[in-house]
Design a protein around this ligand. Structure first.
Ligand SMILES: [Fe+2]
Ligand SMILES: [Fe+2]
Length: 484
C-alpha cells in the first residue's frame, strides 16, 4: 500500500517502501516524520536502532530482556535509557511515545499473548505517533515449530502474525508501509537464511483540533527570528525567550535534525509566506503537510502566515499581494484557513502584510474589518505586524491607532517588530533597520488593547550592531512585563 508519505519518501530515496522489507535506511528516512516526543524501542537487541534514533536527537528508551546485553549497551551509550525488562512488565507509560519500534520481538512471545501486548503498544503511542513493527508470518520456516533460540538454546514460541490481524487491531491508523514477504538474516549458528515476515508502519490518528481557547495559549515573551547571521547570538539563551523560524526555509527534511535540536532549547514558532490563504481553489496540500511536519517536530503552540495571496492558479508571484476586502475574498480565506488548521493540527495566526498597492475593486470592508471577520469566522488568531501597520499608515493613509482599537483584542496573539526603509516616499518592509520610534508607540498602544502572548523581532540584514538588536528584544520584553 502506498501512502502520501511513502510517495514523498520514494521521491527522495527512489525506493518504494511498500515493496521491500524494512531496513535501517527505511527507518532513517522516517525520522523527520516522527513528531516531538520520546521514542521506545522494544526488544532492542544489539541496540543499533536505538543508537541511531538517539544520535539523531531523540530521547530514547530501549528495552531488552537480557540484563548482560543491556549492561554492555549502557556502558557504551549512556545517554540512552536502557532497561533490562520483559516487555510484558509495566515498563511503559500510556499515550506517551512519539514512535515505538518493535522489530522481530513477537516470535519470542507465545501466540496467546500477542493480542494483549499489541493492545498495550497501541495505547502507548501518543496521537500522531508512529508504530514501526515487524513480526514473523506463517511463511517463516520456523513457524509454529518449537525451535530452540539460537542464543540461549531455550525453546522459542515462534508465534506468527498475519497482516489481517494487524489491520484489525490498528483499524483507523494511517498505513505508511505494509509488507509481507521474505527477510534476509545472517547470524550464528544458521549463517545466511531467510525469514517470512509481516511488517507495518502505522500512524496513530491525530486528535482533532478542538475549539481553541486563545487565552490558554502559552505566554512566550520576547523572541527573535532565526537567521544564519544570528545563530551564534542565539546560542546565548538569555537573548530571546522563543525563536521564530521562516518555515519555507525548512521544508526539506534535511533540516529536521536542526529543528529537533533547536526546539529542545527554545519554543519554536514557524512563520511562512507561501500558504496563500487568499488563493481561489484551495490550499496546496503537499505544502500543508510539510508545515504540519515542522509544527509536529517542534511541538509549536501555533504557526503563522499572511492574510494575502502569493499564488494564482498558474503562477507563484513571489510577493505578498493584498486581497480585496470583499465577501468573496473573505469566504475563500475562511475556507482555506480552516482547511490549513485541520491539516496542520495547531492554531494559525494570520499577519497583516505590508502593502504598496491595493486591488482596484470596490471594498465592502475596511482592512481591519476584513482581518477581524476572517479571524472570527475561520477561528484563527492574528499576528499584528506593527511595523507593517506603520508602513501601511504611511503608504496608504490608514489610521493605525483606529486599526488597533478595532481589532478583536483576545485574538491578537503575537506581534512583529521590524524596521523598514523609506524610498521615493514609500516605506518598505525591509527588516534591516532599527525599529522606528512610531512603531514602538504602536506596540505600546497594542499592548493596552490586546492579549499579546509573544513579540518577535524580524531582522533580515544589517547585523553590524547586534547589541542594538538584543536591546530591542529586551525592550519588547520589558514592555510586555510592564503591561502585566
Ligand atoms: Fe511575516
Ligand atoms: Fe512581519
Amino acid at each position: 500500500m502506498t501512502s502520501k508519505h511513502t510517495q514523498k519518501t520514494e521521491q527522495q530515496y527512489s525506493q518504494p517502501l511498500a515493496q521491500k522489507a524494512l531496513s535501517f535506511e527505511t527507518v532513517l528516512a522516517l525520522l523527520p516524520w516522527i513528531p516531538a516526543g520520546p521514542v521506545l524501542d522494544l526488544g532492542t537487541g544489539a541496540g543499533q536502532w536505538a543508537t541511531a534514533l538517539a544520535d539523531y536527537g531523540f530521547e530514547v528508551t530501549a528495552v531488552d530482556a537480557d540484563p548482560e546485553k543491556i549492561a554492555v549497551l549502557n556502558s557504551r551509550e549512556p545517554h540512552i535509557h536502557w532497561l533490562a525488562a520483559d516487555i510484558r512488565s509495566e515498563i511503559w507509560s500510556q499515550s506517551r511515545y512519539a514512535a515505538l519500534l518493535c522489530l522481530n520481538l513477537f516470535p519470542f512471545l507465545p501466540k496467546s499473548e500477542h493480542l494483549t501486548q499489541l493492545k498495550r503498544i497501541k495505547s502507548a503511542l501518543r496521537p500522531g505517533g508512529l508504530l514501526i513493527f515487524s513480526g514473523f508470518s506463517d511463511q517463516d520456516p520456523g513457524a509454529n515449530l518449537n525451535m530452540a533460540s539460537s542464543q540461549t538454546g531455550e525453546p522459542m514460541p515462534t508465534g506468527t502474525l498475519s497482516l489481517e490481524e494487524l489491520r484489525q487491531i490498528f483499524a483507523g491508523w494511517e498505513p505508511w508501509l505494509e509488507y509481507v514477504g521474505p527477510l534476509a538474516d545472517d547470524h550464528p549458528p544458521h549463517g545466511a537464511h531467510q525469514h517470512g515476515v509481516v511488517q507495518v508502519i502505522y500512524k496513530k490518528p491525530e486528535t482533532a483540533l478542538a475549539a481553541i481557547d486563545w487565552q490558554k495559549l502559552p505566554e512566550l515573551g520576547a523572541g527573535l527570528g532565526w537567521r544564519h547571521a544570528l545563530a551564534e547570538l542565539l546560542e546565548q539563551e538569555s537573548v530571546a525567550d522563543f525563536i521564530e523560524i521562516m518555515s519555507d526555509d525548512f521544508l526539506d527534511p534535511q533540516w529536521d535534525r536542526f529543528l529537533l535540536a533547536l526546539s529542545q532549547r527554545y519554543t519554536v514558532i514557524p512563520h511562512g509566506v507561501e500558504l496563500s490563504v487568499g488563493s481561489l481553489g484551495g490550499a496546496d496540500l503537499a505544502y500543508l503537510e510539510q508545515i504540519a511536519r515542522i509544527v509536529a517536530r517542534c511541538n509549536s503552540p501555533w504557526w503563522s502566515d499572511h492574510l494575502c495571496y502569493t499564488q494564482t492558479s498558474r503562477y507563484k508571484t513571489w510577493s505578498l499581494n493584498p486581497l480585496p476586502c470583499t465577501e468573496e475574498a473573505h469566504d475563500w480565506v475562511v475556507k482555506n484557513a480552516k482547511q490549513a488548521m485541520q491539516v496542520v493540527g495547531k492554531p494559525l495566526l494570520l499577519e497583516n502584510p505590508a502593502y504598496y498597492w491595493r486591488p482596484e475593486l470596490p471594498n465592502q470592508f475596511s482592512d481591519v474589518e476584513f482581518l477581524s471577520r476572517v479571524a472570527q469566522n475561520a477561528d484563527c488568531g492574528i499576528l499584528l505586524d506593527v511595523a507593517n501597520l506603520f508602513g501601511n499608515a504611511h503608504n496608504l493613509g490608514i489610521d493605525p491607532y483606529a486599526f488597533i482599537e478595532a481589532l478583536p483584542g483576545e485574538r491578537v496573539i503575537q506581534i512583529h517588530l521590524a524596521g523598514g526603509r523609506l524610498h521615493q516616499n514609500l516605506l518598505f518592509d525591509t527588516h534591516d533597520q532599527a525599529v522606528h520610534s512610531e512603531t514602538w508607540k504602536l506596540l505600546e498602544h497594542t499592548l493596552k488593547h490586546c492579549g499579546i502572548k509573544a513579540i518577535s523581532l524580524e531582522r533580515d540584514d544589517h547585523y553590524e550592531d547586534l547589541q542594538a538588536l538584543v536591546n530591542e528584544v529586551a525592550l519588547a520584553r520589558q514592555l510586555m512585563g510592564v503591561r502585566s
